[in-house]
Design a protein around this ligand. Structure first.
Ligand code: ATP
Ligand code: MG
Length: 562
């Protein structure tokens, strides 16, 4: 458990629900998470999942529940792959819909019956105007709409035409069913919205049973009422759809009266969040797939090594508001780093290796050193790390001409190998280009686990990998996918501001324990960052592949001078 996990903040939605339970308006609360299965879930959805499933969990003693409902009313977009991935992501985030898994397409008959009801009550009509005519006649914020010539058609005629629409007698676009509300309403959504359109499309669930499909604004409140949802939580874009939501609930033969409440959606810096844009990145090959670790998809973040709890903690920390804003992605990274710092074992890997030969190794034939797996958590135990006459260290940990405050290896310097001996520099080799090719040092016998002998200054311990047993591993260094804070605002579109350095693949030297790790194993590479063995490409003992989850410190702020 992350100790710094913030307690749930009371927010305006939880207050409304608590009030409804206290006053007896509702005996319990039923919420829902209603994704359209047309893409993978992203971190914005996680906010909605944590909210809806979180409320159900917090009110479990009253019998509260949260439904997982696939909003699959549009026959042209859904795919089974998306349904499966959404279920997997909700579960991975730690939530459970129990028996409450629904598909909106199972309610097609009810939507149809509600439409018939509206027609019978003179509240809906068949319109033969084209989509363009409907758009033009709807008017705008300063001009009232003008009625379609079909608006005053008799009820019986509307009923008969709707039956023929449903029977497949008309071509796509020949007519639509519209609600008859108010063409002069100051709320454009109430200017006779379309309820049904003709689509001769095959549906993954209902096959060819239907050739008319309901519009989202009509279907959504009906789905909610049919499932006895008490509080229907959605993002702010739907605020001025609420009068329409309420109108349908008021005028259709519904079994319950849900209440729609809006909250601000999550936006993150350096990120695009809409499924349509994520799909474009996938289809155009800018990323390797929906689970590319650079994407803000739940499956991408999981593959990147983001723990589910860190995502939940992040959602708690940002809380809920009624105004749109953009959250700094560094806050999400902070939450991930914080969790991993407390929970992930330490391992050693050298990303930019140079070899140090230990000239006097025979002086102490110690083949292994024992290193704690976590500096603050004794329960994590320790491990034996092999060591022999040569080790890899980071190039950055050696300087040929070190300044005074450089406490690592260099001429005249001593440094400790993490968990092992103190080294004394003896010499180094360079190639023709001036690159350092080899360093030589002596170990100071008897210095494992004890302070430096008198007169020896040794202030730092560096990580290392034994040259004889170390393994080559592919390491994928991920950085932000976009190089600007607000990719959506870029003149050339979001694909024009992709960060060319968002992925760097290197070969690193890793200790044997890392090469043997199972896929999806998170750890800290000491002094380097947090990494996870790739859930797809890593093969224990055969092909080690690690993804950088997040660097040890926030270096981005420094680079951009923030
Ligand atoms: P996108 O615009 O990314 O395609 P969407 O809203 O169309 O998202 P849905 O599958 O319809 O995706 O969304 C399911 C639920 O997730 C909805 O209740 C929606 O309000 C919520 N949701 C989607 N994006 C966010 C976000 N960025 N922040 C909070 N909630 C979100
Ligand atoms: Mg949508």
């Amino acid at each position: 458990m992350s100790e710094s996990a913030p307690a749930p903040k009371p927010d305006f939605i939880r207050e409304i629900i608590a009030d409804d339970l206290a006053t007896g308006k509702h005996a319990t609360t039923i919420t829902r998470f209603p994704p359209e299965p047309n893409g993978y879930l992203h971190i914005g959805h996680a906010k909605s999942i944590c909210l809806n499933f979180g409320i159900a969990r917090e009110n479990a003693t009253t019998g509260a529940k949260c439904h997982l409902r696939f909003d699959d009313t549009n026959p042209e977009k859904e795919e089974a792959e998306y349904v499966d991935s959404i279920k997997a992501d909700v579960q991975w985030l730690g939530f459970d819909w129990g028996n409450d898994l629904y598909f909106a397409s199972d309610y097609f008959q009810f939507f149809h019956d509600c439409a018939v009801h509206l027609i019978q009550h003179g509240l809906a009509y068949i319109d033969h105007d084209s989509a363009e005519e409907i758009r033009v006649k709807r008017g705008n914020l300063t001009t009232p709409g003008s009625p379609s010539p079909y608006r005053e058609r008799p009820m019986e005629e509307n009923l008969a035409l709707f039956a023929r629409m449903r029977a497949g007698e008309f071509k796509e676009g020949a007519c639509v069913l519209r609600a008859k509300i108010d063409m002069a309403s100051s709320n454009m959504n109430l200017r006779d919205p379309v309820l049904y359109r003709i689509m001769h499309s095959h549906h993954h669930n209902t096959g060819d049973a239907w050739c008319i499909y309901p519009m989202y604004d009509f279907a959504h409140p009906l789905e909610d009422t049919l499932e006895h949802i008490t509080h229907s939580l959605c993002t702010l874009e739907f605020e001025n759809h609420r009068p329409l939501y309420d109108w349908f609930i008021e005028h259709c033969p519904v079994p319950s009266k849900p209440r729609q409440i809006e909250f601000a959606r999550l936006n993150l810096t350096y990120t695009v969040m809409s499924k349509r844009k994520l799909l474009q990145l996938v289809q155009q090959g800018h990323v390797s797939g929906w689970d590319d670790p650079r994407l803000p998809t739940i499956s991408g973040l999981r593959r990147r090594g983001y723990p589910a709890q860190a995502i939940r903690d992040f959602c708690k920390r940002i809380g809920l508001t009624k105004f749109n804003s953009t959250t700094d992605v560094a806050l999400l990274e902070f939450e991930v780093r914080d969790f991993l710092n407390q929970n992930s074992p330490r391992r050693m890997a050298v990303l930019n290796p140079v070899m140090v030969v230990l000239d006097n190794w025979h002086a102490e034939p110690l083949g292994r050193v024992v290193i704690a797996n976590h500096p603050q958590n004794a329960a994590a135990g320790d491990r034996e790390v092999p060591i022999s006459g040569a080790v890899w260290i980071e190039r950055e940990d050696f300087m040929e001409d070190p300044p005074k405050k450089f406490y690592r290896l260099g001429p005249g310097r001593h440094v400790r190998l993490r968990g092992g001996h103190i080294l004394r520099y003896t010499s180094h080799d360079k190639d023709a280009a001036g690159n350092i090719t080899l360093i030589r040092a002596d170990i100071l016998p008897g210095t494992v686990g004890v302070d430096a002998p008198a007169g020896i200054e040794c202030r730092a311990a560096i990580h290392w990998v034994d040259a004889a047993t170390g393994v080559d591993a592919e390491v994928r260094l991920y950085d932000r996918l976009f190089s600007v804070e607000d990719p959506d605002a870029a003149d050339g579109g979001f694909t024009s501001v992709l960060n060319p350095a968002s992925l760097t693949v290197i070969t690193a030297k890793v200790e044997p324990a890392l090469a043997a790790a199972e896929p999806g194993c998170a750890c800290q590479f000491e002094r380097v960052g947090y990494f996870v063995s790739d859930s797809i490409d890593h093969q224990p003992g055969v092909r080690p592949v690690f993804n950088r989850t997040v660097a040890l410190k926030d270096s981005w702020g420094k680079q951009t001078g923030r």
